[in-house]
Design a protein. Structure first.
Length: 154
């Protein structure tokens, strides 16, 4: 049989995946954020072992890249205590804003990896969080093209 008709898996054709970019900002995390990072590292360690067992090179590369990222994030995590003073907005604060049209939105200021605006959490380095930090109830901040008033800090 001609070698032209035999396909061997030599691993050629697999490109090295570039590392996931790591933020230049401090890796501040809430206790929930740190727990999520630890759970992800644990999950990826198990996935890496599975990929090694099945000799799936593509999965091995993807999992190895993600494991490098999350292991670095775990090593650089700075656990921040829950805010004691609710007089001003700070990392970990839950802030309720009243928009100009009367709608209320509430966001918790968290670390970059745990931020999910659709679920009510924003990164402490986001423009809105930066505008909020240090402000008090009844202060206003620019939220998009309009202003919003801080109604409650918890």
């Amino acid at each position: 049989m001609s070698r032209a008709f035999v396909k061997e898996d030599t691993g050629e054709g697999l490109e090295d995946l570039p590392d996931r970019p790591v933020s230049e900002h401090r890796n501040l995390v809430t206790p929930e954020g740190l727990a999520a990072i630890e759970a992800e590292v644990e999950r990826l360690n198990a996935a890496y072992a599975d990929a090694q067992t099945s000799a799936d090179r593509a999965a091995l590369q993807k999992v190895a890249r993600d494991l490098r990222y999350w292991s670095q994030r775990q090593a650089s995590a700075e656990l921040m205590p829950a805010p004691v003073d609710t007089g001003t907005v700070q990392f970990g604060s839950r802030v309720t804003l009243v928009r100009a049209d009367g709608r209320r939105v509430t966001y918790k200021i968290v670390g970059e990896d745990e931020a999910d605006p659709a679920k009510g959490s924003i990164s402490y380095v986001s423009p809105l969080a930066r505008a909020l930090i240090g402000k008090a109830e009844c202060d206003t901040v620019l939220m998009g093209a309009t202003e919003a008033e801080i109604e409650r800090i918890a």
